[in-house]
Design a protein around this ligand. Structure first.
Ligand code: VGL
Ligand code: ZN
Length: 204
């Protein structure tokens, strides 16, 4: 329907097997995501898009290790392996993704000092990406989210989408998670509590 959009989160090489921040089964969702793209009128993609030396990279903090936490001026931040560096092969969309139909690609994480999981707000929770305004201007009020990773960029995008007033569905069968210290369970619960509709046709 005209008032609905599919938002495909970070389906990029670095989040797929063989990539710098590989998520188990990340590539498995591509055929299903392509199916959803075909069946949805409006498609938006997000692309994690970091400059080299980004502050979310463990390598930018001497002695720090990936998958540990650090205190940033805006709060706690998980440190990651270098990934999705602007223009690198790892930052490209998965080669099987049928991305040409996308009407908008929203890039995030390009500010050196702030990470951005959500497609709407960066991790300081105040800097906006512009996506909410874009969707409102287009008259879109319902979003289906798919992609990587369930418990980070998909979850934070879904929570913000609901708080921005969008009816929000996450298709769990078209997502895969990182699951760092129980983050998958925790973020599924947070999404449910916030009013995100979690759909999993495989297990429903
Ligand atoms: C993501 C960690 C770092 C994601 C992006 O797409 O979920 N996770 N950057
Ligand atoms: Zn990132």
């Amino acid at each position: 329907m005209a008032d609905e959009a599919l938002v495909v989160i970070d389906l990029q090489n670095d989040f797929c097997p063989g990539g710098a921040l590989a998520i188990a089964g990340g590539d498995e969702i591509v055929p299903l995501v392509n199916d959803l793209i075909r069946r949805t009128d409006h498609v938006v993609l997000t692309q994690d898009w970091h400059p080299a030396g980004h502050s979310s990279f463990a390598s930018s903090h001497p002695g720090a290790h990936p998958f540990t936490m650090i205190e940033m001026p805006y709060g706690q931040q998980t440190l990651w392996p270098d990934h999705c560096i602007q223009g690198s092969l790892g930052s490209d969309f998965h080669s099987g993704l049928a991305w040409t139909k996308a009407e908008l690609v929203i890039r995030k994480g390009f500010r050196p000092d702030i990470d951005s999981y959500s497609a709407f707000f960066e991790n300081d929770r105040t800097t906006q990406t512009g996506l909410a305004g874009y969707l409102r201007e287009r008259g879109i009020d319902t979003l289906t989210l798919v992609g990587l990773a369930t418990d980070f960029c998909v979850a934070f995008s879904a929570l913000d989408a609901v708080s921005q007033g969008f009816k929000t569905i996450v298709r769990l069968d078209a997502c895969r998670g990182i699951d760092l210290n129980g983050s998958l369970h925790a973020m599924l619960q947070r999404m449910r509590d916030a009013g995100v509709t979690l759909e999993d046709p495989l297990s429903d």
